[in-house]
Design a protein around this ligand. Structure first.
Ligand code: 5AD
Ligand code: SF4
Length: 478
């Protein structure tokens, strides 16, 4: 996932992955009920949710298949963040509808954010699917499937204030066996005016730290060497022990997970500029295995636009947080999310965003044209008045400036040696490995010695593009 840098693609939490398919190793289950196929879109959190769904289904005897045409149950885990994401899902649903006509008894279910946003629309108005299940209702899937088997439509879009799926061990799917994701919280209480997430994922709630820790320990025991802690706003993680009243904040959670083993790298996503504290920064600085990389979405460099976006910080506040990162973690890479063409955005606002990219020297950004989402504060309050051609032009200017910043960032690495965790073979050439350094930079290098995925190596950087570092192994690391 962290593969793109200065392109108009998503990454961390905010990633809008297109149609990756989860593949689960077939395991023999006595009570086999049938085969399910699950396709996931949207952010990493959504992909993690699909693993929870896979776990719930396997508990009741379903097995997964990667072949759509073999499936008795097709599930699509959806994203609503931009209109384009929803359009892609609609096209897939049309295809599934055709398959359904050919295969009697086959069920199709829509999960996730679109299910939550559109509720009964798919079931009743469009008769596209048999199941509609929102992000907090996955435990109810077996019951809903049974109802649908009996010819009734199964829908549960209830949003919970408590559900964190804390006790469900996700079935790790479609993974390299080295890097993994752990959801630490769900929902979002920030009412950014452009964003549909508070409506589709509900109120913010934090997961019990002991189950997070147990999951990290289990992953490490199973050979994983990197855990990314996921939440819409990880800095507001806060869990209160119901027995003692003691609270655990994000910095404390980071320390707990980093303590699992020095060879387990810890990452996290996404941070909110209003909430990221010096305590978190100091925790990152003082732990070698907490990666020196922070994804800190800015959205806009203009304080006027930030105010309309209801981000609750201004450009000066954001700059101060960047300076705090540089001061406390000098080798930290920073990336951002940027929206261009938000309501009323002028050329001057746009220039302020370009200035912010130059100031923050982002190693990467995930850049989007504003897409109005029904029901959001912005849709209700403001007119989406920046013409598409202007959005497009501004986006390409932003991509260009970011691309230069990424290149500069990477070129600074030439001649240096960095520690890289090997993830897998390079896609282009299986004589090479692909891994990432602490700063989250994709690093490609020729295979050498007896190291393999899951091992740390020191790589001397010899070449850099805006997206990738290339180098040679100089010595095994630890
Ligand atoms: N239009 C464009 N981009 C959006 N994002 C969220 N909502 C919208 C929208 N309506 C972007 C933000 C956020 C990331 C997950 O997606 O940059 O940080
Ligand atoms: Fe993730 Fe849902 Fe947001 Fe898409 S809309 S990025 S799936 S939380």
């Amino acid at each position: 996932m962290f593969e793109s840098s200065s392109s108009n693609e998503r990454v961390p939490l905010s990633e809008e992955k297109q149609g990756s398919v989860y593949v689960q190793e077939q395991t023999a289950v006595d009570t086999a009920r049938g085969l399910f196929y699950i396709e996931s879109y949207g952010c990493q959190m959504n992909f993690n949710d699909s693993e929870i769904v896979a776990s719930v289904l396997s508990e009741v005897g379903y097995q997964s298949t990667q072949n759509l045409y073999d499936a008795d149950l097709i599930l699509i885990n959806t994203c609503s963040i931009r209109e384009k994401a929803e359009d892609t899902v609609r096209k897939r649903l049309q295809l599934f509808k055709k398959l359904k006509r050919k295969k009697r008894g086959m069920l199709v279910g829509v999960l996730g954010c679109m299910a939550e946003r559109l509720k009964s629309k798919f079931l009743e108005d469009e008769k596209l699917v048999d199941l509609v299940v929102g992000p907090d209702a996955y435990r109810d899937l077996p019951r809903l499937i049974e109802r649908a088997d009996d010819g009734e439509k199964g829908m549960n879009v209830f949003l919970s204030r408590e559900e964190t799926y804390a006790d469900i061990s996700p079935l790790r799917l479609d993974q390299n066996g080295v890097t993994s994701f752990i959801s630490i919280m769900r929902g979002c209480d920030n009412m950014c005016s452009f964003c549909v997430v508070p409506y589709t994922r509900g109120r913010e709630r934090s997961r019990d730290p002991f189950t997070i820790l147990a999951e990290a320990q289990d992953l490490f025991a199973n050979g994983y060497r990197e855990a990314t802690l996921l939440g819409q706003n990880v800095d507001s993680y806060s869990w209160e022990n119901p027995e003692t009243g003691e609270t655990v904040n994000f910095a404390q959670l980071l320390r707990l997970v980093a303590g699992v083993h020095p060879d387990l790298r810890v990452r996290f996503s996404t941070s909110h500029p209003k909430d990221i504290t010096n305590e978190v920064l100091e925790t990152i600085a003082s732990h070698a295995n907490i990666c020196k990389y922070i994804h800190l979405p800015v959205q806009s460099g203009s304080s006027r636009i930030l105010d309309m976006m209801n981000r609750t910080y201004d450009a000066d506040w954001y700059r101060e947080r960047i300076e705090a990162i540089w001061r406390i973690i000098p080798d930290c890479a920073i990336s951002a999310d940027i929206i261009t063409g938000f309501c009323t955005e002028t050329e001057e606002d746009h220039q302020a965003t370009l200035d912010m990219i130059r100031f923050a020297k982002y190693s990467a950004s995930y850049m989007f044209a504003y897409s109005e989402r029904p029901g959001t504060l912005a849709a209700r309050k403001y007119e989406d008045d920046v013409p598409e051609e202007i959005k497009k032009r501004r986006l390409s200017e932003i991509i260009e400036v970011q691309s230069q910043s990424s290149l500069q960032h990477n070129q600074n690495e030439i001649g240096r040696t960095c520690e890289v965790l090997i993830e897998c073979d390079s896609k282009r050439d299986d004589r090479e490995f692909k891994g990432r350094n602490s700063q989250n930079k994709i690093t490609i290098f020729p295979k050498a010695g007896s190291v393999g995925p899951g091992d740390y190596v020191n790589v001397k950087i010899t070449h850099a593009t805006s997206a990738t570092l290339r180098g040679v192994i100089v010595a095994p690391s630890h």
